[in-house]
Design a protein around this ligand. Structure first.
Ligand SMILES: CSC[C@@H](O)[C@@H](O)C(=O)COP(=O)(O)O
Length: 346
C-alpha cells in the first residue's frame, strides 16, 4: 500500500495510525491501529469519528490486515465486525459492503487493497466537489452557523460542511462562523473551533442553546451541517441537535443546507424513520470526559437518554449539497436520490 496522509489518519510503510480525536485540541496524540479490536474500541470511543473517516479507517485497516497475510476467512470476519462498529453512519456499511464484494474476486488481495486505497483517494475528490458546489451559494460576509465537526478530522479531505466554509473563506475572507459546541461530546467546541483556528477562519463558539437568540437577532445568515445518512426522500440523520437547528432556521427564514458525499445517501432507507440511531452511555450526559479526566455533575444514578443523532425531515431543508451538485426540495421530492440524480451506487 502507498503511504497516505490526511489531518487525522496516516498510512506509512503499511502501518495505519490515527489522531486520537477524543484528546483534541489540547493533546495531539497518534496511536497505531494494527488490529480490529483496537479500531472497534477507537470508533466506539470516538477516537476516530465522522461518517467518511470511520469508513476510510476501517477500509484501510482491512487492507493492512490483507497485506499482513490474513486469510480470506479472517478478512471476511474483520469486514463483518467493522461494519457493525457504529450503526448510524451509512458510509461505513457501504465501504465494508464494497470490500466484501472485492473479497469474492479471484485476485481478492489486490482487489481489497485497491478498493480501500480508492476510498481514501476518492474521498478527497468528493470533498473538493462538495466545496465547489456549496461555496457558490455563499455570499460575501455571510455568518454561517455549523454544528458538530465536519472538517478535515472527519474526512480524508477538506471536509463536508466545513469544506464548503473553507472554500468560501478562500474566496472571500469576510465570512464568519458560529460554532455550536455540540453537547454532549463537544465536537464543535473541541474540534471545529480548533480546525477553524488553524485555518485562520473567523469564528465564535457558542453553547447549543444560544443559537436561537442569535438567529432571532438576525446574526445568522445560513446553517450548514453534515450528515451520517440521507434517506431516499431527503430526510437525514446527523449529530443530535441538528433537527432543533433546522426548526429554528425554518422559523427565522434562514437557509438550511446539508452537505454530504453521495456515499452518505442510503437509497435503501425510504425515509428518516428507517435510520437506526445510536444510543450512547449515560456518563456522557451526566458529565464530561476529556483529556483532563472525568467530571460529573449529575447524581451518579441519574437516569439519562443519550441518542447520538437525530433526524431532520426533508421539509425543513433548503439545499442538499452533494459532490454531484446542489439539489433543492422540488428535485428531492421528484426522487433524485432514487433515480440517479445523486448517482447512488457503490
Ligand atoms: C463529515 S462528518 C458528517 C457527520 O458524521 C458529522 O456531522 C457527525 O454527526 C459526526 O458525529 P460523530 O459522533 O462525531 O462521529
Amino acid at each position: 500500500m502507498k503511504d497516505r496522509d490526511c489531518l487525522a489518519l496516516r498510512v506509512r510503510s503499511g502501518r495505519l495510525t490515527l489522531l486520537d480525536q477524543s484528546r483534541l485540541p489540547h493533546v495531539q496524540a497518534w496511536f497505531a491501529v494494527d488490529d480490529v479490536d483496537t479500531l472497534v474500541e477507537a470508533i466506539h470511543a470516538l477516537r476516530t469519528r465522522g461518517a467518511p473517516m470511520i469508513a476510510i479507517a476501517a477500509a484501510l485497516l482491512v487492507a493492512v490486515r490483507v497485506e499482513a497475510g490474513d486469510d480470506r476467512e479472517t478478512v471476511g470476519r474483520a469486514i463483518a465486525r467493522l461494519r457493525e462498529a457504529r450503526p448510524t453512519a451509512v458510509n461505513l456499511m457501504h465501504a465494508m459492503d464494497a470490500l466484501a464484494r472485492a473479497l469474492e474476486q479471484e485476485d481478492w488481495r489486490t482487489a481489497v487493497v485497491h478498493n480501500a486505497e480508492a476510498l481514501f483517494d476518492n474521498d478527497r475528490a468528493l470533498c473538493d466537489a462538495m466545496a465547489e458546489h456549496g461555496a457558490a451559494l455563499i455570499g460575501a460576509g455571510e455568518r454561517i452557523l455549523t454544528h458538530c465537526n465536519t472538517g478535515g478530522l472527519a474526512t480524508a479531505g477538506i471536509g463536508t460542511a466545513l469544506g464548503v466554509i473553507r472554500r468560501a473563506h478562500e474566496r472571500d475572507n469576510s465570512i464568519s462562523v458560529w460554532v455550536d459546541e455540540t453537547r454532549p461530546l463537544l465536537q464543535g467546541g473541541r474540534l471545529t473551533a480548533w480546525e477553524l483556528g488553524e485555518l485562520g477562519i473567523d469564528y465564535r463558539l457558542i453553547t447549543d442553546s444560544m443559537a436561537a437568540s442569535f438567529m432571532a437577532a438576525g446574526e445568522v445568515d445560513r446553517v450548514l451541517v453534515g450528515a451520517d445518512r440521507i434517506a431516499a426522500n431527503g430526510d437525514f440523520a446527523n449529530k443530535i441537535g441538528t433537527y432543533g437547528l433546522a426548526v429554528l432556521a425554518h422559523h427565522h427564514g434562514i437557509p438550511f443546507g446539508v452537505v454530504a458525499p453521495h456515499t452518505t445517501v442510503d437509497a435503501g432507507c425510504a425515509t428518516g424513520a428507517a435510520i437506526p440511531i445510536e444510543q450512547r452511555l449515560a456518563a456522557e450526559v451526566r458529565g464530561v470526559t476529556g483529556a483532563a479526566g472525568e467530571l460529573s455533575w449529575a447524581p451518579a444514578n441519574a437516569t439519562v437518554a443519550n441518542p447520538a443523532f437525530d433526524v431532520t425531515p426533508a421539509e425543513l431543508i433548503d439545499h442538499w449539497i452533494l459532490d454531484t451538485g446542489v439539489f433543492d426540495r422540488m428535485e428531492v421530492e421528484a426522487g433524485v436520490f432514487q433515480f440517479g440524480g445523486a448517482a447512488v451506487g457503490f
